[in-house]
Design a protein around this ligand. Structure first.
Ligand SMILES: [Zn+2]
Length: 156
């Protein structure tokens, strides 16, 4: 940057910030997270018209536009449908700490579901992290009612 005579570039630092906040995940999101917290299991919701099972559950089928209220259990195992190996560090908003790189990030279609759930994978091995690979959820010892109660998925 060009420095003009008699002027200097100043920087201003705002220091550390702490911004706690909460938001509602709604009735369906709460049911999904409570099932994980209390039973370390997944549930989805089934469309009464097309039979599609959404995980995480949502109120309305995206294809049929009808309300859904039939909750169904789905497996904690499934198949990778989208994957990436992340090698660029970033500050994880759920922890405030930079995630160590590399790590895997996947969309998993759990057995019994028709949609995919995004989450971390504990492997960054390009030979093994592939679409179609089988994975299983690993839960935290103590669950708190957060999506991060799923520690990560692991290859099986
Ligand atoms: Zn439907």
């Amino acid at each position: 940057m060009e420095k003009k005579k008699g002027m200097e570039l100043l920087t201003i630092s705002s220091g550390d910030m702490f911004q706690p906040y909460r938001w509602s995940v709604g009735k369906y999101g709460s049911k999904f997270l409570l099932e994980i917290k209390e039973n370390k299991r997944f549930i989805g919701v089934k469309c009464p018209k097309c039979g599609r099972v959404y995980v995480p559950p949502r109120k309305v089928c995206g294809r049929c536009y009808v309300a859904m209220d039939e909750f169904v259990p789905v497996s904690d195992e499934g198949e990778i449908v989208v994957c990436a190996i992340i090698e660029f560090g970033f500050v994880d908003p759920s922890t405030g700490v930079q995630r160590p790189v590399p790590y895997g990030y996947v969309f998993v279609k759990l057995d019994g579901a028709d949609t995919a759930l995004p989450h971390f994978l504990d492997s960054a091995d390009p030979e093994k992290v592939k679409v179609g690979a089988r994975v299983k959820a690993v839960f935290e010892e103590e669950c708190k009612g957060s999506i991060m109660d799923i520690k990560h998925f692991t290859l099986i």
